[in-house]
Design a protein around this ligand. Structure first.
Ligand code: ADP
Length: 258
């Protein structure tokens, strides 16, 4: 049965950040991409629909944020220190950070729909969506409910297993007619905090090989960098703290392509 998509008037472009599996840095990429776009002067919304692991509030230090409404719809939360960036996370609606979500499939889809319908974004240049991982029911609902997304950014790590998973995401997007902006390879080599040299812990160039094999653009490699994890925990995005770094350059490159 075709799913009726949710109208998001006033939102010019919508991009979905996806990954074949959890833990590859999808939310980190979504947060830094949204922040990078906002720092370049755009009006940006970041929508975290990762029901089981909504980490965006922690990554932007918004965990205790109070949701407000305009009488009808929920208003996204503005990110202090990054002008033009607003956030809505399914995490704001869950009771406690450490309570697991135990909804069954159809309930999850209902929650995702309600969540997408009931946010008033106002005028946005760009909406970045942090999608649940994998190629199951939840990402399927997100893509179908958004309906007219402009593209998907696929996040992978260099190990072969994650690369195989992302190849499923490539096929998933193609089946759903969702254009692929490209592949970001995260945790590609370890950036030494002392000298900056990058050591390749895993297979080299997994994301690049994959992009050639599937004929999708390669957007760049982001090293495994302790400062990236620390930024995620501290609530200030890496791209705002280290604007001149190589990783921030990768985000700026993706921003240009969008
Ligand atoms: P996902 O959304 O795919 O589950 P997250 O973005 O939550 O993954 O990242 C998982 C963990 O890895 C987080 O603690 C995050 O800070 C960390 N992380 C992500 N990318 C990097 C990186 N390039 N270097 C170091 N740590 C990273």
């Amino acid at each position: 049965m075709p799913i009726e998509s949710v109208k998001m008037e006033g939102v010019a472009k919508k991009y979905i950040v996806m990954s074949g599996k959890g833990g590859v840095g999808k939310s980190t990429v979504a947060v830094n991409l949204a922040a990078s776009l906002a720092l370049s002067g755009k009006k940006v919304g970041l929508l975290d629909v990762d029901i089981h692991g909504p980490s965006v509030p922690t990554m932007l230090d918004l965990a205790g944020a109070q949701l407000e409404t305009d009488g009808e719809k929920m208003l996204p939360v503005e990110v202090p220190g990054i002008e033009g960036l607003k956030v809505m996370s399914i995490g704001f609606m869950l009771k406690a950070e450490d309570s697991p979500v135990v909804w069954r499939g159809p309930m999850k889809n209902g929650v995702i729909r309600q969540f997408l319908e009931e946010v008033d974004w106002g005028e946005l240049d760009c909406l970045v969506v942090d999608c649940p991982p994998g190629t199951g029911d939840e990402p399927l609902s997100v893509i179908q409910l958004i309906g007219d997304a402009d593209g998907a950014v696929l996040v992978t790590t260099p190990q072969n297993v994650a690369a195989v998973d992302v190849s499923k995401s490539v096929n998933f997007c193609r089946q759903l007619n969702l254009p692929i902006v490209g592949i970001v390879e995260n945790m590609a080599g370890f950036a030494c905090p002392r000298c900056g040299e990058v050591t390749h812990v895993f297979d080299r160039d997994g994301g690049k090989k994959l992009s050639e094999r599937y004929e999708v653009p390669f957007l760049g490699s982001i090293p495994l960098d302790p400062a990236m994890a620390e930024s995620g925990d501290s609530g200030k995005p890496y791209v705002a703290r280290f604007a001149d770094s190589t990783a921030a350059g990768v985000y700026q490159e993706i921003t240009r392509r969008l």
